[in-house]
Design a protein. Structure first.
Length: 224
């Protein structure tokens, strides 16, 4: 397992700015998200709405419509109900799993397998599918955590990239090479992805999501 230091670290709680939300009001977490007031010294942000509570929640990205988020979390929400409210069970997870949140109903659904660790979720155009990276093909347990030595470190574990419907059905494996394949971003037409791989050294690599090679940028592609 490799680890690389990052100059920046991301927050472990999700906060977003949404119109039409009054600050300074708290709602029941069993049915709605929490609305919080900005710090009194904050002059640039308003309508701050806290979307998750407790444990680690990070790397959230909006859907193309702006009505959903994909994010990774160590909260353990139910897998078998799309309408599960934001009410995690008492026991957290040892590593991240991937969730889709509906911002209108404040509900979440697990879109990963519940095994291994996940990271780097992203929506396809149309908001019906997502992709993310997972270590579950290497085993059901969480990978060992890197040793903390000063700066934040991100482990380059044996991740592969997967696509799946937001209903949790139709999983498709997009990479199957040893080592780290993650940090994928999708082109606007949904036909090409670019991601980071250690297959030939740590670098960005474009691909088409069905595994077929292509000459673009003289790097490997895989087709969705």
């Amino acid at each position: 397992m490799q680890a690389i230091p990052f100059a920046k670290w991301c927050t472990i709680g999700l906060v977003c700015l949404l119109p039409g939300v009054q600050t300074g009001q708290a709602e029941d977490l069993g049915s709605k998200t929490l609305t919080i007031s900005a710090h009194q010294a904050e002059r640039h942000l308003k309508n701050i709405r806290q979307l998750t509570v407790g444990r680690q929640n990070a790397e959230a990205y909006f859907s193309f419509s702006g009505t959903k988020l994909i994010f990774q979390s160590t909260n353990n929400w139910m897998k078998d109900t799309y309408a599960a409210t934001l009410k995690p069970t008492d026991a957290g997870l040892g590593c991240y799993q991937m969730y889709v949140m509906d911002l209108e109903s404040d509900t979440v659904r697990l879109v990963s397998t519940g095994m291994g660790a996940t990271t780097c979720g992203y929506f396809f155009p149309g908001d019906r599918r997502v992709l993310y990276s997972s270590t579950h093909a290497s085993g059901p347990n969480c990978p060992p955590k890197p040793k903390r030595e000063g700066a934040y470190r991100w482990a380059l574990d044996d991740y592969d990239i997967y696509a799946i419907g937001i209903n949790g059905q139709g999983m498709q494996r997009l990479t199957s090479t040893p080592g780290y394949d993650a940090e994928a971003t999708i082109s606007p037409d949904g036909k090409t992805i670019v991601w980071t791989s250690v297959k030939d050294g740590y670098r960005d690599r474009p691909a088409r999501p069905k595994g077929t090679p292509a000459p673009s940028w003289r790097r490997r592609l895989c087709k969705v």
